[in-house]
Design a protein around this ligand. Structure first.
Ligand SMILES: [Fe+2]
Length: 314
């Protein structure tokens, strides 16, 4: 998984790694709604070990077909695959053999290039702009997985009016308290937490910064991998929304926690953050904290905000 530079059709099959390389973490992909699974392809273990059936059942994939691409794949069809497009449905590819590149647009509308290799299952959410290319090895064999009634049409950019696109943009931009704004931000890279809190509170006076730590969500249904996060999300949004209404200088930050980086990982950066780590290690997610900034601009240590107690008093 890696970052990418601007590409041309002429050199689309090259690696395009930045120098120095700037790898894109799985938390970035998760925050884009891109999902990644790994199947055991050794001796076709995936056919009998239950993992493939479990995935299909969980996401509603009812049919699949196999596609083989190699040097005989016509250039004009390669150009179609490489034209930036979206779909009304998820694009799901299970790589059985060979390699290739999927490029997806990140939150800044820049390309992120993903190298896929045998055993990778990649799920691109409906509405995300993306494209595919063979690499210089010119060989890939994939299973395409489909949900019921999948239309499976490539809709080239721009199609901002497309309903899947609209739904995807809402998924990207909406937090528990509404559309993102200067006062309502999202963070998914845990290594940037301290910088973000500093930036958010820099110009603040006599106001509060509320920070919610919550699991990343699935673009398919807006549900988090963390059931408690899904259950409490609406209540937290209501509670913080009232606080933001009451003080126009207060702000909210939603920190999206990537499951595979966080669960059972004592080295997850926010577990090591001196003020936040103890909260996460004690009660997990969701956790809502509040920083108070006084009239002189001095920021307090964060305290856990008892949103559930507040809610029960209503
Ligand atoms: Fe596609």
């Amino acid at each position: 998984m890696m970052d990418a530079e601007p590409l041309t059709v002429d050199n689309q099959k090259e690696l395009h790694r930045r120098s120095p390389n700037t790898p894109v973490g799985f938390h970035t992909l998760a925050a884009l709604g891109v999902k990644h699974y790994i199947m055991n392809i050794e001796n076709d273990a995936w056919k009998t070990d239950g993992t493939f059936e479990a995935l299909c059942k969980a996401r509603g994939y009812i049919t699949n077909d196999e596609v083989n691409l190699d040097r005989t794949f016509p250039p004009e069809k390669q150009a179609i695959f490489f034209a930036e497009h979206l779909h009304d449905d998820e694009e799901v590819r299970f790589v059985l053999d060979g390699t290739g590149y999927f490029d997806v647009r990140d939150r800044n509308d820049e390309w992120v290039r993903m190298l896929v290799t045998p055993g990778d299952v990649i799920v691109l959410p409906a509405g995300i702009y993306h494209r595919f290319t063979l690499d210089t090895a010119m060989k890939i064999k994939v299973l395409r997985l489909f949900q019921q009634d999948a239309k499976w049409v490539a809709i080239n950019r721009p199609r901002e009016d497309n309903s899947a696109r609209q739904k995807y943009l809402t998924f990207l931009s909406k937090t528990a308290v509404g559309p993102q704004s200067e006062r309502n931000g999202v963070l998914f890279d845990p290594t940037k937490y301290d910088t973000m809190v500093e930036a958010q509170t820099e110009a603040m006076k006599s106001a509060a910064l509320f920070v919610l730590f919550t699991g990343t969500k699935d673009a398919l249904n807006n549900e988090s991998w963390c059931p408690d996060c899904t259950a409490d999300y609406g209540k937290i949004g209501t509670e913080v929304g009232k606080q933001l209404d009451a003080n126009a200088s207060s702000r909210y930050l939603e920190v999206l926690v990537h499951r595979e980086s966080y669960k059972g990982n004592a080295a997850y950066p926010l577990r090591l953050q001196p003020q936040i780590g103890p909260f996460l290690n004690k009660s997990g997610i969701p956790t809502l904290v509040r920083y108070d900034v006084d009239k002189d601009g001095t920021r307090s240590a964060p305290v856990v905000h008892p949103y559930l107690e507040a809610d029960s008093k209503l």
